[in-house]
Design a protein around this ligand. Structure first.
Ligand code: C5P
Length: 399
């Protein structure tokens, strides 16, 4: 459940108060929760309670009348890993089954990119009514997942079918749908470096490289989902991470990256250094733009700090360090030398010679060598799948 985005839609039924328990269960397991309420739901549960427990503003109206901003249902649809509507009243059920869109919750339902789960709650005659049955059947046919109402005492004083499923039942249904990845890096502090570095020549030019940062970002997302506390030290990229539960330090140059790593490494149990750090930087960094003069221009370069080597030299007993190697020849031999020289536990190799692997691609083809002399080669896969392979290998390594 860690790092998952659960969007809760609350409609106007007595059972709405039970949502406080569901929000707490979800938050306790590390999920991020945002809530949308129908205007009628405000009569049953206070938006203040909902926003305090979910630690997010609550969406109710299309427009925020105070500051004139638009509550963007499309954004909600993109953000959510799962939309859960509980309690689902007869009114909202009938509107969902016909495509009515007269409030923010319904507009969001129509904008959902992932699954919607509904938990009906109503009086027994309403639940038994053929229109309710017809509308629920329609939602089912539309792909909505339904957690059926349970038997029991109802707010009307009647006893029968119509009671909303208990928060624990809803929680385990949510877990079944989205909680497929295990939190096997729970609460581990993990440092990741990613992207290129830019070494300034003058105020408008730099020496850089083609690293996109995609591999490091994919590892960061995968780790957040597996429960880790991730600090991502990133050189300049165009990428974003879809989770808020991330500490991100943006840097430009190798020296800035080194400073950031020095401040974080001692608090980390694992370091994954995927950044393509420039080996050299211009010796003199002009404060003015270099002028076009003679036919030749010589730029003197000096060596950058080897950040990974520093981390290896300052590695504690309980720290695990992973480096990356991009080689064009004698890959395994060169990687093995690097593994030892930098005091690494594992090195991930990728070759520029493999089609679809390395800089900028959506895919990568890696092999891993560790300091216990184990070696494993993997097939060409998406960078996200490669991130899984690296982390599964790491998990087996650390035990
Ligand atoms: O020695 P080489 O640069 O090939 O090693 C690559 C590995 O070292 C990568 O994991 C990279 O992130 C890291 N590195 C570093 N600081 C440098 C150069 C490389 O952390 N200055």
């Amino acid at each position: 459940m860690h790092g998952k985005h659960i969007l809760l839609g609350i409609t106007g039924g007595i059972a709405a108060y039970k949502l406080t328990f569901l929000i707490r269960l979800l938050k306790k397991c590390g999920a991020e929760v945002k809530c949308i309420m129908t205007p009628a739901a405000k009569d049953f549960i206070s938006p203040l309670v909902v926003s305090t427990l979910s630690e997010n503003p609550v969406g109710i109206e299309f427009w925020n009348k105070d500051d004139g901003t638009w509550a963007n249902h499309v954004e909600y649809g993109l953000w959510a890993d799962l939309f859960v509507i509980a309690p689902l009243t007869v009114n909202t059920l009938s509107k969902m089954s016909t495509g009515n869109c007269d409030n923010l919750l319904l507009a969001t339902y129509l904008s959902m990119k992932t699954s919607t789960l509904v938990v009906p709650a109503m009086d027994l005659d309403m639940y038994a009514h053929q229109t309710t049955k017809r509308n629920l059947a329609q939602l089912k046919a539309d792909g909505v997942i339904i957690v059926p109402a349970e038997e029991g005492e109802l707010a009307s004083g009647l006893t029968g079918e119509g009671r909303m499923a208990e928060p624990e039942t809803i929680f385990s249904e949510i877990e079944k749908i989205i909680g497929n990845s295990k939190a096997d890096f729970f609460e581990q502090n993990i440092l990741i470096t990613a992207g290129p570095t830019h070494e300034l020549l003058d105020p408008v030019r730099f020496i850089g490289n083609y690293s996109s940062g995609k591999m490091g970002y994919a590892i960061a997302e995968e780790l957040i989902e597996r429960g880790a506390n991730v600090t991502l030290i990133s050189g300049p990229t165009n990428l974003t991470i879809k989770y808020n539960r991330l500490r991100k330090i943006d840097v430009n140059s190798a020296e800035e990256m080194f400073d950031a790593v020095k401040s974080v490494w001692h608090d980390s149990t694992i370091g994954i250094f995927s950044a393509a750090v420039a080996d050299y930087r211009p010796k003199n960094r002009g404060t003015e733009k270099i002028k076009k003069k003679s036919d030749e221009l010589t730029i003197e370069l000096i060596k950058n700090p080897d950040i990974l080597k520093w981390a290896g030299a300052n590695k504690g007993k309980n720290q695990t360090l992973i480096g990356f190697a991009l080689e064009t020849q004698n890959m395994k031999e060169n990687a093995s030398v690097k593994l030892n020289a930098k005091n690494l536990n594992m090195i991930v190799m990728n070759s520029l010679k493999d089609k679809g692997a390395g800089f900028g691609h959506e895919t990568n083809k890696i092999s891993i060598l560790d300091n216990r002399n184990n070696y494993k080669a993997f097939k060409l896969k998406s960078k996200r799948a490669v991130a899984k392979d690296i982390l599964n290998y790491l998990k087996t390594y650390i035990g």
